[in-house]
Write a protein that binds this ligand. Structure first.
Ligand SMILES: CC(C)(COP(=O)(O)OP(=O)(O)OC[C@H]1O[C@@H](n2cnc3c(N)ncnc32)[C@H](O)[C@@H]1OP(=O)(O)O)[C@@H](O)C(=O)NCCC(=O)NCCS
Length: 152
């Protein structure tokens, strides 16, 4: 990946709602991929029922860390140029995002979330993401999460 560079785009930054990153070829400046990130949380309303939320919390946290919601970062947009699909660039960038929040976790962020298009769900699953609920299994998008604690 030495021939590529990751730049922060100012397009969405001005409104402080999301930050976009553009992955481009160093010399030609051709855009190869982009993604945008925003703060998010995982909370009771994301689950089918309180029982499901409690199961999630029990499974991941000790009693004193069972909160009403957990900090997360959302992948709002994510795409790799068609000409470069299947060359592990998506995986490389997902790994970058994971380490970006693990290595310099300024505010506390436990999960990465994404409303994944149905066609992209297998890509995220291969990269360790898990469905939060079965409720959206036949929808056009599916809420998936990655637990950063799994690699710390
Ligand atoms: C989904 C996307 C980001 C994947 O990027 P990529 O660089 O092609 O992915 P990778 O090469 O890193 O693929 C990693 C693995 O996931 C698999 N994979 C990737 N896309 C897949 C798909 N749509 N369906 C099934 N498997 C897929 C690859 O075959 C590969 O498997 P392998 O490790 O067994 O070889 C890219 O295809 C894309 O831009 N799609 C259109 C936009 C989109 O759907 N974005 C997601 C928004 S939620």
């Amino acid at each position: 990946m030495n021939d590529f560079i990751l730049n922060e785009s100012v397009l969405y930054r001005e409104s402080l709602l999301a930050v976009s990153y553009v992955f481009e070829q160093k010399f030609s400046k051709k855009t190869i991929a982009y993604f945008s990130l925003a703060n998010d949380r995982i909370s009771l309303t994301d689950f089918e029922s309180k029982t499901e939320f409690n199961r999630f919390r029990r499974h991941k946290f000790v009693n004193e860390k069972r909160l009403k919601s957990y900090p997360a970062v959302k992948i709002c947009r994510f795409a790799v140029d068609l000409s470069m699909k299947g060359h592990s660039i998506g995986t490389f960038l997902l790994n970058f995002i994971k380490s970006y929040f693990l290595d310099d976790n300024k505010t506390g962020c436990r999960f990465i979330t994404v409303d994944a298009y149905a066609a992209a769900v297998p890509f995220y699953i291969k990269n360790g993401f898990v469905a939060l609920t079965d409720e959206d299994k036949d929808s056009t998008t599916r809420l998936l999460y990655f637990d950063l604690n799994d690699i710390s």
